[in-house]
Structure formats: structure tokens, C-alpha cells
Design a protein around this ligand. Structure first.
Ligand code: LLP
Length: 380
């Protein structure tokens, strides 16, 4: 099925985000069908898209929430996620954010440094609470994805290095208001080579043995998110292969009796259900190329400018490409380019052009640069 817009939406002012909640439900059905028989708990990474109707739908399917800011924790709780299904991660949590999450008694803090543990212990003590903590380790596993979205290499700012880990664990056990409940790792995003998840599993197996030898079994393991989607063929592959993904962990990760396994997926759940809809403002011919200038720009969808990422571009007026265009936005930046030499049909002012697979890290990363209005969202 290719993308089309209902007649009433064709007349709507552009740009806007279009979310297909039917596809979101199909995706959620698939993820739970793959996770539940293997007893995996799926948390949704709110950072990918935190719009209320989307969160509501995700909550209805019984996923937990993975948050990286106090406001995300608040949003998750307001949406009805139970505190026991909320985790709070992030390399730089402020005192106010920690206090908010402590007061809500969320399930777990994914902590990343000695100083953070110190502060967390202090703040938990002041609230007369015990904070459950999973240590985020930096497993030094190459996710083989874009350098800007790789997080599990020794050079990245995230997590506790394996060499520091013994010292951090020793320190943690001296802190009276913290309880170590697990380990957390997240190695990167838009991962399409599933063997890297096997590498991660092997690393976690080694660490588990180390913890078991110390007589400190881990109640839960969180392997992060990162499953990629097919940006090139959103109609052929609208739902990621969750079976293959969970299977890698089921085959490679050695699970201790009673141990809970968590994943935190963002992109794989929401990317394909979102489309950025825009109109062509002008077609401009230069000596070297022709530009299709859209009314949507990097302010609505920043990924191409930031990571040179590909989003499939279609002109809804015709399916038969017979020319190429550089598709650009109206913002005063050369990087405000969605694609170069994009095959499109003859394109004219007023044509509707869509950018596909924009449900994750699209609207949430939008900005008001150039004092742009915020694009609205419609849900179908
Ligand atoms: N868990 C942690 C600790 C994370 O840092 C992330 C994403 C996730 C889970 C969810 O990852 P996902 O399943 O969505 O790959 N803005 C970039 C992506 C940044 C991802 C940041 N962390 C992009 O547009 O590609």
C-alpha cells in the first residue's frame, strides 16, 4: 500500500505531520507478539515521539516508558503509564528531574556516573526513599550505524566504561539509599545489522558472570533500543522484523532464573507511521540543477540536515518519476536540503510532496528557527 491522503486533508494548510494510528497499532501488535512469548518487556523511548495520541495508543498495548528528562517522566505518568513501568535514563539528569522521578517512585534510574550515584543517593535519602538503579555500561560494541547516533563505543560520552565498572559497583554498595537492580546498555540507533545485538549479548553474558561470581545477581537486564527501520521502502516494510530482533537476544543472551529482560525501542515503533506533508512553493531552475522548494524545512524535519539521513520523498500528484530535483526547504541554511537528485514526476508549484518514515525523531526535534510556526499533527 502506498501513501495517500484523504480528500479533506489535501485541502489542509501545509506543512503538517500525518500519523497513521492503524499502522502504529499493527506495529504494536507485532512487537508484543514477538516479545511476549519470549518474556521480554518492551519500553517505548518517548524521545522518538511524545505526542499524546501516540503515547496513549502505545500505553494501551501495555508497553512501559523509557524517559530521558523530567518532562518525559511527567508526560508518561500523565498519559497513564504506571510508575512501576517507567525508567529514567540520561547522562545529565538535573536535581529537579531526579526529585520528580523519586517522588513518583518510578521503577528504575539508569545511572551513568559516580557523581550521579552520589547525588541520587543524597536526594533519595532526603525523600526517605530507596532508589532502584541500573548501571548503564558502555559495552564498547560497535553498532555500525551513523557516527552521530552511535552510543556504545569507548569514545562516546554514554555509560560507565568496563574498566571503571568494578570501582563503581563497590562504591554503589556503600550507598544506603540505592539498590542495584540491573544493568543497562544502549549501543546506538538505526541498527540494521542484527549481529551487533549478538555482540552486545555476549558482552552482557561476561558481565553477568562477573556479577554472579561476586554474589550479586542482577534482577534485570536492559539491552536498550536501536532496532532500525527501512527508510528506503516504507511501503514494502512498514513493520520492522521484531521476530528476528528478539530472536537474536533469545539465542545469545544467557538469562538467569527469574531475570527480567527489557528493551527500549523508539524508532522501530513510531517511525513508519509518521509522514511530513508539504506543498511545493516554487520550482527553480538553475544551470546545474532544478530545485523543488517546499514549505517544510529542516525546522520540521532536521534529520537530513543533521545526519544526512534519507527519507523517501514522493510527489502525490503522480507516481511516475521522469525528472530529478534537489528537494529543499525554505530555511536560510544550505543544509536545509531533504535530498539531491531525487527522482520525481514533473513537479509544479502547489503539488503535495511527502517525506516518509518521519514519525520518529521528526516532530520532536523540530525548532522555531526563523520564527517558524509549529507544524500541526493530524491522526488518522
Ligand atoms: N534507549 C536509550 C538510552 C537511547 O539513548 C535511545 C535513543 C533509545 C533507547 C531509543 O533508540 P531507538 O530504538 O529509537 O533507536 N535523533 C536520532 C536518534 C537518536 C537516538 C538517541 N537515543 C535520529 O534521528 O536518528
Amino acid at each position: 500500500m502506498s501513501f495517500s491522503l484523504a480528500a479533506d486533508l489535501l485541502a489542509r494548510p501545509t506543512p503538517f505531520y500525518h500519523y497513521d494510528l492503524g499502522l502504529l497499532r499493527r506495529t504494536l501488535t507485532a512487537v508484543q507478539a514477538a516479545a511476549r512469548p519470549r518474556d521480554f518487556h518492551v519500553h517505548y523511548a518517548l524521545k522518538a515521539n511524545a505526542n499524546a495520541p501516540i503515547l496513549q495508543t502505545i500505553r494501551e498495548f501495555g508497553l512501559g516508558a523509557d524517559c530521558v528528562s523530567g518532562n518525559e517522566v511527567k508526560r508518561a505518568l500523565e498519559t497513564g503509564f504506571l510508575p512501576r513501568d517507567v525508567v529514567f535514563a540520561g547522562v545529565g539528569k538535573s536535581d529537579a528531574e531526579i526529585n520528580l522521578a523519586l517522588a513518583a517512585d518510578i521503577w528504575c534510574f539508569n545511572a551513568e556516573s559516580v557523581e550521579e550515584l552520589m547525588v541520587l543517593n543524597e536526594l533519595a535519602g532526603a525523600q526517605r526513599r530507596t532508589a532502584r538503579v541500573a548501571l548503564r555500561i558502555n559495552p564498547d560494541v560497535d553498532a555500525k550505524t551513523h557516527p552521530h547516533i552511535t552510543t556504545g563505543l569507548a569514545a562516546n560520552k554514554f555509560g560507565i566504561s568496563l574498566t571503571d565498572l568494578p570501582g563503581v559497583v563497590d562504591y554503589l554498595t556503600t550507598l544506603p539509599n540505592l539498590e542495584l537492580v540491573g544493568l543497562h546498555a544502549h549501543i546506538g540507533s538505526q541498527i540494521t545489522d542484527l549481529t551487533v545485538f549478538a555482540d552486545l549479548s555476549h558482552r552482557l553474558n561476561e558481565l553477568q558472570t562477573w556479577f554472579a561470581d561476586r554474589g550479586q545477581p542482577l534482577a534485570h537486564l536492559n539491552v536498550g533500543g536501536g532496532l532500525g527501520i527501512d527508510y528506503y521502502a516504507p511501503d514494502t516494510n512498514p513493520v520492522p522484523d521484531f521476530e528476528a530482533y528478539f530472536d537474536v537476544f533469545a539465542r545469545h543472551l544467557v538469562r538467569r532464573p527469574g531475570q527480567q529482560l527489557h528493551v527500549e525501542l523508539g524508532r522501530a515503533i513510531v517511525a513508519q507511521c509518521g509522514t511530513l506533508v508539504s506543498r511545493v512553493l516554487y520550482v527553480k531552475h538553475s544551470q546545474q540543477t532544478q530545485f523543488a522548494i517546499l514549505d517544510a524545512g529542516m525546522t520540521e524535519l532536521m534529520r537530513p540536515a543533521l545526519y544526512q539521513s534519507y527519507h523517501h520523498i514522493e510527489n502525490l500528484s503522480s507516481r511516475q518519476p521522469n525528472a530529478t530535483y534537489d528537494v529543499v526547504g525554505p530555511i536560510c541554511e544550505s543544509s536545509d536540503t531533504f535530498g539531491r537528485a531525487v527522482p520525481l514526476p514533473d513537479t509544479r508549484r502547489g503539488d503535495i510532496v511527502v517525506l516518509r518514515s518521519a514519525g520518529a525523531y521528526g516532530e520532536v526535534m523540530s525548532s522555531a528557527y526563523n520564527l517558524r510556526d509549529k507544524a500541526e499533527a493530524v491522526y488518522v
